[in-house]
Ligand binder design. Structure first.
Ligand code: AMP
Length: 279
């Protein structure tokens, strides 16, 4: 496995792979890898010939008051994990190389970016779409892998790929969870012992939502109220949103008559966690 920092070197490798008709699989990440990320690498390894994992903490997807500076980073550990999972290349460009001085171009993704997390994180998905486009241009993958953990991100990337005639396939893989059900996330590292224990309630609430919908509950408001009641029992919690939305438009659904995404963002102390379930 090679660790590549230079864009020029990476594009040389990509060109060589294309000449040899190799399929390129790409897993974009912000590093601090865990089994959620690695599940994407494993799948890319199965599907493609050259597996590229990028590690880049994207400054433009963080708001001014968000955790860009303290976002966990450990490139050496990431390299070991990516290698063990079967990656061929860890691409870890510098911020200066990706956003050169005077950088001006952004990708706007329309109203999808204003829903769910977009409300409290204006500009977040513009930052994501822009950096993902740049990485797609550099890596030129045949297939790129994303996690359902960031359900809104996956919907937005798929829409962007369709709208901009990008010639690659997007695969979205299931959420990988800890044994107790907490969705794996680099941000779980922020949680103290009590918050970590309390955070399990998110999956408990999502499973309850699934059970209630399956047993015939149709009113989203009622469902959300029951979930809220369960979650706010935990002392360090602040709920940002719990929503029942359409899988494609991400618009709120009042009456549940088709498959829906139940998505939430909840703070535990100073840590914001997101999770979701499709029912
Ligand atoms: P991040 O490093 O948080 O930007 O995540 C990189 C990719 O890994 C994104 O496509 C995420 O959706 C995906 N991912 C993160 N956590 C998980 C998880 N627990 N299960 C599956 N995929 C995940």
């Amino acid at each position: 496995m090679r660790v590549v920092k230079s864009l020029k070197q990476l594009s040389g490798i990509v060109r060589h792979a294309k000449r040899n008709r190799q399929l390129i699989g790409f897993v974009p990440t912000m590093g601090y890898l865990h089994q959620g990320h690695l599940s994407l690498v494993h799948k890319a390894r199965k599907d493609t010939d050259l597996v590229v994992v990028s590690v880049f903490v994207n400054p433009i997807q963080f708001g001014p008051k968000e955790d860009f500076k303290r976002y966990p980073r450990d490139l050496l550990r990431d390299i070991k994990l990516a290698k063990a999972a079967g990656a061929d290349i860890v691409f870890a460009p510098s911020h200066r190389d990706i956003f050169k001085e005077g950088y001006k171009t952004y990708i706007e993704v329309g109203e999808l970016a204003t829903r769910l997390c977009g409300r409290s994180r204006p500009g977040h998905f513009k930052g994501v779409a822009t950096v993902v486009t740049k990485l797609f241009n550099i890596v030129d993958p045949d297939i790129a892998y994303f996690g359902q953990k960031d359900a809104q991100q996956a919907v937005i990337i798929k829409q962007m790929v369709k709208d901009l005639n990008m010639m690659l396939k997007i695969k979205v893989l299931p959420i990988v969870r800890e044994k107790d059900g907490l969705a794996m996330s680099s941000r779980n590292a922020y949680l103290n012992a009590l918050e970590r224990e309390e955070a399990v309630v998110l999956y408990v609430a999502l499973k309850l939502a699934r059970a209630l919908i399956k047993s015939g509950l149709k009113e989203s408001m009622k469902l959300i109220k029951i979930m809220k009641k369960l979650i706010i029992k935990k002392p360090s919690v602040k709920i940002e949103y719990i929503k029942v939305v359409d899988l494609e438009s991400l618009q709120s659904v009042k009456e549940i008559n088709q498959r829906v995404l139940v998505a939430l963002a909840v703070w535990f102390g100073k840590t914001r966690l997101i999770d979701n379930i499709v029912v």
